[in-house]
Design a protein around this ligand. Structure first.
Ligand code: NAD
Ligand code: UGA
Length: 459
């Protein structure tokens, strides 16, 4: 099978960067990324590459190279399906907010809509690739929909989960640890292997059965998140024993069986996937009556919730047990540095906790808009949109954000925070001047020398 045209449904954080790199590396394949969100497609097609809908280091250069050559963005989903030999489904699979499995299971309505649309439009054989993260055995349901509602053409389903992390997406895509392809039909698998072989050594492309591939994605995220919760649990123990969590992480990480990556204690992990995918894993385990397995993984989420709450409580307790009417400045709102994504960001939950105590919060994030901050808080439904706007101010200057403030809380590890003129910040702040470093990026010694009261997770 020779692939000359690929369509990707979903122009989001995965579909956009992933297919841009596939297009960059395969100039002979025509790639069309489609989405029902017309504003998002317009932004992908916009002239100003600094206004792409997603901020990722290195992304605009890749788009500049491939767009208009063999990379296209469109809202015409039917046409793109009709023309493609291979269709990637990269739509969102959020946690269900209604019905059976509410709060845990993955909502597969967008996936099913894609399958039905592909089935009704396709007039030639297609390879359908699951790029979204899906519960194990989703390919079975997809196959049933495609075969029973289609026009008698053949569909081969592959699972090809994505392992990129936001903020380093382009680097991860260009030089991945591995690519995983699960499937049943050897020719379909080989066709997708060829696409990746354009830039990835064959030995890093793993092929498995469909179910191993689907499950491996959930398990990879569960293991990564588990490391963060494990070190965060130890951070609390460090705070009461005089141990330093960075030193502990360094000491255990030097053991090559443990490894040093992903052991950074923090205010808690965020992002659209860790929590969603673990909840999904927990739901799947429970649905097979594997309650010990479900309880084991659920603990990773409970620990993460505890860490966010603990950070907020530390602020309240340190500010003499009341933050009512006090200004607290948030440096950072994104769930990690180098992204404008705020989904499930720890900042949202820490803010919510402090707002319940009637704190007044000023937010500065280099890449997140005021509109997004309010949207995130409104979506919690804890208080009215008017109250969120009364209590929270978003500014685009960090020094203005810190002026006359009682305390600064670092919620995202943006590099620029380290280089600020902390002396100037100190001069303009209320006294005592508190800094709560939820990311452990600032230097205790120099801040204390300037007269700050400095608290960092795990010290
Ligand atoms: P996203 O919300 O940024 O993008 C999904 C896009 O799909 C949206 O723009 C939406 O409008 C579009 N869409 C939904 N239904 C559609 C339809 N029927 N037709 C056309 N377009 C449709 O989501 P994302 O972050 O890109 O995640 C996509 C999937 O990839 C999820 O399953 C996620 O778990 C997985 N994933 C995400 C990451 C990440 O870092 N964000 C990494 C690996 C895997
Ligand atoms: C994560 C995985 O790393 C990707 O492999 C996966 O493809 C992706 O989820 C997904 O399926 O969506 P991402 O969420 O983009 O990627 O970013 P990470 O770098 O994993 O960070 C997740 C969260 O954990 C962030 O809030 C980060 O600050 C936090 N974290 C990470 C820590 O607190 N400590 C660490 O040591 C590492």
């Amino acid at each position: 099978m020779i692939i000359s045209k690929i369509t990707c449904i979903g122009a989001g954080y995965v579909g956009g960067p992933t297919m841009s790199v596939v297009a960059q590396q395969n100039p002979d394949i025509q790639i069309t990324i489609v989405d029902v969100n017309a504003a998002r497609i317009a932004a992908w097609n916009g002239e100003d590459l600094d206004q792409l809908p997603i901020y990722e280091p290195g992304l605009k250069e890749v788009v500049a190279e491939a767009r208009g050559r063999n990379l296209f963005f469109s809202t015409d989903v039917d046409k793109a399906i009709d023309e493609a030999d291979m269709i990637f489904i990269s739509v969102n699979t959020p946690t269900k907010t209604y019905g059976k499995g509410k709060g845990q299971a993955a909502d597969l309505k967008f996936i099913e809509l894609c399958a039905r649309q592909i089935a009704s439009v396709a007039k030639t054989d297609k390879i359908v690739v699951e790029k979204s993260t899906l519960p194990v055995r989703t390919a079975e349901a997809l196959k049933s929909i495609l075969d029973n509602t289609g026009n008698g053409v053949n569909f081969h389903i592959l699972s090809n989960p994505e392992f990129l992390a936001e903020g380093t997406a382009i680097q991860d895509l260009q030089n991945p640890d591995r690519v995983l392809i699960g499937g049943e039909n050897p020719e379909a698998i080989e066709a997708l292997v060829k696409v990746y072989e354009a830039w990835i050594p064959r030995e890093r492309i793993i092929t498995t059965n469909l179910w191993s591939s689907e499950l491996s994605k959930l398990v990879a995220n569960a293991f990564l998140a588990q490391r963060v919760s494990s070190i965060n649990s130890i951070s609390e123990l460090c705070e009461v024993t005089g141990a330093d969590v960075n030193e502990v992480a360094h000491a255990i990480g030097m053991d090559s069986r443990i490894g040093s990556k992903f052991l950074k204690a923090s205010v808690g992990f965020g992002g659209s996937c860790f929590q969603k995918d673990i909840l999904n894993l927990v739901y799947i385990a429970r649905s097979y009556n594997l309650h010990a397995v479900a309880d084991y993984w659920e603990q990773v989420i409970l620990m993460n919730d505890h860490q966010k709450q603990r950070f907020a409580e530390k602020i309240i307790q340190t500010l003499y047990n009341t933050v009512n009417g006090k200004q607290i400045t948030f440096l950072g709102w994104a769930f990690k540095k180098d992204t404008n994504d705020t989904r499930e960001s720890a900042a949202i939950y820490v803010a919510d906790y402090l707002l319940n105590e009637e704190a007044s919060i000023v937010v500065y994030d280099p890449k997140v808009s005021a509109e997004q901050v309010y949207k995130d808080l409104d979506s919690l439904g804890t208080r009215s949109p008017e109250d969120n706007r009364r209590l929270v101010t978003v500014v685009n200057n960090p020094y203005a954000a810190c002026r006359e403030t009682h305390a600064i809380a670092v919620l995202t590890e943006w590099d620029e925070f380290k280089g600020y003129d902390w002396q100037k910040i100190k001069e303009d702040m209320k006294r005592p001047s508190f800094v709560f470093d939820g990311r452990k990026i600032l230097d205790r010694q120099s801040l204390e020398a300037l007269g700050f009261k400095y608290y960092a997770i795990g010290e």
